[in-house]
Design a protein around this ligand. Structure first.
Ligand SMILES: Cc1ncc(COP(=O)(O)O)c(C=O)c1O
Length: 400
C-alpha cells in the first residue's frame, strides 16, 4: 500500500495576495497581551467606546420578540431603505429612491461588493493616500490596480482635485474618496469635490464616496457630501455609509450604499449570493437609530472633539513628534520618523516597541501606506488617552 502523501492544497492567487487587516491584527495582539494579564492601553481600536443608542437596542429587542427573525429582501428591509433615501434627499437633495439604496453587512461589504461589480483586470482606481487599509485590498481582489495620489500632512491631508484629476488615465474606472479620512482625518472641500465629480462624469468614471465618518468633524469644518452632487451627476456617484461609527454600532454590521440603478442592481445581485440580507433585527435597530438617535450622535461627537484637542496637545509636547489636529474622523496620525532608532525603525517596529515597552497599542502607518506615521484612535476614554499618551511619551524619550 502506498503511503498517503501529506501535502496542502494550494490557495487561490487572489487569496494569496491578501493578508489579515493590519488594524484587526494589532487589536488581536493587544487583546492577547491583555488576556495574559498585561495592562494594555489600546489606542488602536477604530470603534467608538460609547454604547449603541438605547432606542436601537430596544427596537432590535422588539424585532426579536416580534419574530422578525427571517430572511428579508437581500438589499435590506424596505423601511430602512426608504428611511435612508429620505435622509439623503432631506439633508443633501439627493435623487435616490428607496430602490437605489442597498443595506449591507457593514459599509465594508458594500465597498467590497462595489469593487466586484465595477472592476476588471487591468482597471485602475484612483485612491488618495494614506488610505484605509481595506481599500487597496478590495481593489486588488477584484483584479484592478490602486493608483495612489499622495496627500500631505502640511495641509491636514486634504484631498485636492488637481492631483486626483492628474492621476486619471483611460484605464481609470473609479475614484475612491474617503472624507473624513481614516487614518488621517483629512477631508475634501466642497469645491474640490465638485471638480473631481465633474471630471469623473466627463470620462464615465464612478466616484465612490466613503462617508463613514461624515459626522466626525472638528474645528468648525463643514462636511461636503458627494450626495449633494448626485442630482447633477446621477450615473457616476455612489455614496457608502455606515451605522458603525456614527451610532456606535460596530458589532451590528449595518452599512449601506446609494447610487445609480445600473450599478446598484449588480451590487445587490452580488450581495444576494454573498451574504443575502444583513441581519434582520439589526436593521430594525439601525432604523430606530436613524430616526431617533440624533441626540446620542451629538453627545458622542462633542466628547470626541474634546478628546481630539487633548490628544493633539499631548502629541504636540512630545519631542520629535509632529501632528496637526485632525479635521475629522477620530484618529490622530502623528509623524514619528524623527523618533525612529535602530530596533524601532519604521512604523511596524515602532508599533511593536510601543506595545512591548509602553504597553500601548497603536496602528503602524505602513498599513495605510505611510511608514513615517502611526495611527492613534481617540475613540477611547480621556483617562485611557492620558495614560496611553503618557506611557508613549516616556517610551519615545528612552534612548534606544
Ligand atoms: C474608512 C472606512 N470605511 C468603511 C469602514 C467600514 O465600516 P463598517 O463595515 O463597520 O461599516 C471603516 C471601518 O473601519 C472605515 O474606517
Amino acid at each position: 500500500m502506498t503511503k498517503a502523501v501529506r501535502s496542502i492544497p494550494r490557495l487561490s492567487r487572489r487569496a494569496l495576495g491578501i493578508g489579515e487587516s493590519a488594524t484587526l491584527e494589532v487589536a488581536r495582539k493587544a487583546k492577547e497581551l491583555a488576556a495574559s494579564g498585561v495592562s494594555i492601553v489600546d489606542l488602536g481600536v477604530g470603534e467608538p467606546d460609547f454604547p449603541s443608542p438605547a432606542c436601537a437596542v430596544e427596537a432590535a429587542r422588539q424585532a426579536l420578540a416580534d419574530g422578525l427573525t427571517r430572511y428579508t429582501p437581500a438589499a435590506g428591509i424596505p423601511e430602512l431603505r426608504a428611511a435612508l433615501a429620505g435622509r439623503y434627499a432631506r439633508d443633501f437633495g439627493a435623487p435616490w429612491r428607496p430602490s437605489d439604496v442597498m443595506v449591507a453587512v457593514g459599509g465594508k461589504s458594500a465597498l467590497f461588493e462595489l469593487a466586484l461589480a465595477l472592476l476588471d483586470e487591468g482597471d485602475e482606481v484612483v485612491l488618495p493616500s494614506p488610505y484605509w487599509v481595506s481599500f487597496p485590498e478590495h481593489i486588488r481582489f477584484a483584479g484592478a490596480r490602486p493608483v495612489m495620489v499622495p496627500t500631505s500632512a502640511g495641509d491636514g491631508f486634504r484631498i485636492h482635485a488637481e492631483a486626483v484629476i492628474a492621476a486619471l488615465t483611460p484605464a481609470t474606472r473609479a475614484i475612491l474618496l474617503n472624507s473624513p479620512c481614516n487614518p488621517t482625518g483629512g477631508i475634501v472641500a466642497g469645491e474640490d469635490l465638485r471638480e473631481i465629480v465633474a471630471a469623473a462624469a466627463e470620462r464615465d468614471i464612478v466616484v465612490i464616496s466613503d462617508e463613514t465618518y461624515e459626522r466626525f468633524l472638528f474645528g468648525g469644518q463643514q462636511f461636503a457630501s458627494a450626495a449633494a452632487l448626485a442630482a447633477l451627476y446621477p450615473e457616476t456617484i455612489v455614496v457608502v455609509g455606515s451605522f458603525s461609527k456614527t451610532y456606535a454600532m460596530t458589532g451590528w454590521r449595518i452599512g449601506y450604499a446609494l447610487g445609480p440603478p445600473w450599478l446598484l442592481r449588480s451590487v445587490m445581485d452580488i450581495q444576494s449570493h454573498a451574504t443575502s440580507n444583513p441581519t434582520s433585527f439589526a436593521m430594525w435597530g439601525a432604523l430606530a437609530a436613524l430616526e431617533r438617535g440624533e441626540e446620542d450622535v451629538r453627545q458622542m461627537v462633542a466628547e470626541f472633539a474634546s478628546r481630539r484637542d487633548l490628544v493633539a496637545a499631548a502629541l504636540d509636547e512630545m519631542p520629535g513628534v509632529s501632528c496637526r489636529p485632525p479635521d475629522g474622523a477620530f484618529y490622530a496620525f502623528p509623524n514619528l520618523a524623527a523618533c525612529y532608532r535602530p530596533g524601532r525603525q519604521g512604523s511596524a517596529a515602532m508599533a511593536s516597541y510601543l506595545l512591548e515597552e509602553a504597553r500601548v497599542a497603536v496602528v503602524p502607518g505602513l498599513a495605510f501606506g505611510a511608514d513615517d506615521y502611526v495611527r492613534i484612535s481617540f475613540a477611547t476614554s480621556r483617562e485611557a488617552l492620558r495614560e496611553g499618551l503618557g506611557r508613549m511619551a516616556a517610551a519615545l524619550d528612552r534612548r534606544g
